[in-house]
Ligand binder design. Structure first.
Ligand code: SF4
Length: 351
C-alpha cells in the first residue's frame, strides 16, 4: 500500500512553543517518556485507492479533474490534490458538461449517477468496494448527514431508516417486525454499534444480522490497536480531520478504554504543549484517511519534547489492496498500449 502518496505542502508551524524545560517545570514527569505507536494506523485500502485514482486521472486527462465531495475526509489530502489540479464540488450540477469527474470513496446514490449521466460526465467511481458491499443491503445504523449514510440511504430511501445512536431505537417504525435487517456505516464505534444492535434486537427479536460484518476491517483494526494502547497512555493523540468519522471515533474509543486524555489534530502544529504536563506515555494513531507523513510530523514534535523512545503496538497485519476503478484501468491500459507502440515513450507505470 503506498502510504507516502501525498507528501507535499506541510503547513509551517505558526505558534510559539514553550520549551521542554518550561513544560516540565509546570508538571514534572515521573518515569520514562515514551510513545506507543499504534499499528495498524492511517491509510486503509479504500482511501489509498481513491487518492491514487484522482492522481492517475490528473496524470491521464490533465487538470482540472472534478471530484464530487471530499475524496476522503482529510484536509491535507484534499488541499494537496487541489494544488495538483483537482476541483472539489458538492454536487455534479457544479461540474461543466462532459468533464472528468471522480466519485469519492464514500459512495454515491443512484440519483447522483443519473444526474452525472444527464450532464454526460466522464465519471470514475472511486467508491470503496467495502462501502459498495453495504449499499447492496438495507436498514442502517449510522450518522445522519455522513456521505456514506446518505449514499446508502439513497439506494432505497423508502426502505431505510437511519438510527444515529442506541437511544433512537425506540423511534424505529417498521412495516413487518419479522423482516428487519440491520446494517451499519463502516466507520462507527464497534461497541456503540453492538449496543444499538442489542437494543434493536430487544424490540425486534427476529432481527437479522447483515450477511457479513459491515464495520470494515480497517476501522476494527485501528480501534483494536488503540484499545490496547489506551489503558497505558496518559495522553492519546489521534491524527485525523474533524469530519473523519473513524478519526473522531478513535478519540472516543481511547477515552472509553482508559486513556487519561485524548486529543485529535489535523497537523502537528495543532498539538498543544500544555497537554504534555505530567505525561510520561503518549499513544499515537491516525484515522483511515490520514497519510503517514502527518504522523511522522507529530513523532518529530514528540521527540522535541523528549518522547523519543517509540514502542510499536501492533495488533493486526494488513495486506489488503483494491484494484483501481475499472473506468481508470481501461484508460491507463490504452496509455500503456500507446507507450508500447512508441517504443516505451509516453507510458506511465501503474502503481
Ligand atoms: Fe473502505 Fe473501510 Fe477504508 Fe471506509 S474505512 S474507505 S470502508 S476500507
Amino acid at each position: 500500500m503506498s502510504t507516502e502518496t501525498i507528501a507535499l505542502g506541510l503547513p509551517p508551524v505558526p505558534r510559539e512553543r514553550r520549551s521542554r524545560a518550561e513544560v516540565e517545570a509546570a508538571a514534572p514527569v515521573t518515569g520514562e517518556k515514551k510513545v506507543l505507536l499504534a499499528t495498524p494506523r492511517g491509510y486503509c485500502a479504500g482511501v489509498d485507492r481513491a487518492v491514487i485514482a484522482v492522481e492517475k486521472a490528473l496524470e491521464h486527462y490533465g487538470a482540472p479533474v472534478y471530484v464530487r465531495k471530499q475524496i476522503v475526509h482529510n484536509r491535507h489530502v484534499v488541499e494537496t490534490l487541489e494544488k495538483q489540479g483537482a476541483i472539489f464540488v458538492d454536487e455534479v450540477d457544479e461540474v461543466p458538461e462532459g468533464s472528468v469527474t471522480v466519485f469519492s470513496a464514500h459512495g454515491v446514490s443512484p440519483a447522483v449517477v443519473s444526474a452525472a449521466g444527464e450532464r454526460a460526465l466522464n465519471t470514475i467511481d472511486a467508491t470503496c468496494p467495502l462501502v459498495n458491499k453495504v449499499h447492496r443491503e438495507a436498514v442502517l445504523i449510522g450518522h445522519t448527514g455522513h456521505e456514506e449514510v446518505e449514499g446508502t440511504a439513497g439506494e432505497a430511501p423508502e426502505h431505510i431508516q437511519i438510527v444515529n445512536s442506541p437511544d433512537e431505537v425506540d423511534q424505529v417504525t417498521v412495516r413487518n417486525p419479522e423482516k428487519v435487517v440491520w446494517i451499519s456505516q463502516t466507520t462507527l464505534s464497534v461497541d456503540e454499534t453492538l449496543e444499538t444492535v442489542a437494543r434493536l434486537r430487544e424490540r425486534f427479536p427476529s432481527l437479522q444480522d447483515p450477511p457479513s460484518d459491515d464495520i470494515c476491517y480497517a476501522t476494527s483494526n485501528r480501534q483494536g490497536a488503540i484499545k490496547e494502547i489506551a489503558p497505558r497512555a496518559d495522553l492519546v493523540i489521534v491524527v485525523g480531520s474533524a469530519n473523519s468519522s473513524n478519526s473522531v471515533r478513535l478519540k472516543e474509543v481511547a477515552l472509553e478504554y482508559g486513556a487519561k486524555r485524548a486529543e485529535r489534530v489535523d497537523f502537528a502544529h495543532q498539538v498543544d504543549e500544555s497537554w504534555f504536563e505530567g505525561v510520561a506515555t503518549v499513544g499515537l494513531t491516525s484515522g483511515a484517511s490520514v497519510p503517514e507523513v502527518l504522523v511522522q510530523e507529530v513523532l518529530a514534535l514528540l521527540a522535541e519534547y523528549g518522547y523519543s523512545t517509540i514502542e510499536e503496538v501492533e495488533t493486526a497485519k494488513e495486506d489488503i489492496l483494491f484494484s483501481l476503478p475499472k473506468e481508470l484501468r481501461s484508460a491507463l491500459k490504452n496509455d500503456e498500449n500507446v507507450g508500447r507502440q512508441l517504443g516505451g515513450r509516453g507510458a506511465k507505470p501503474n502503481r
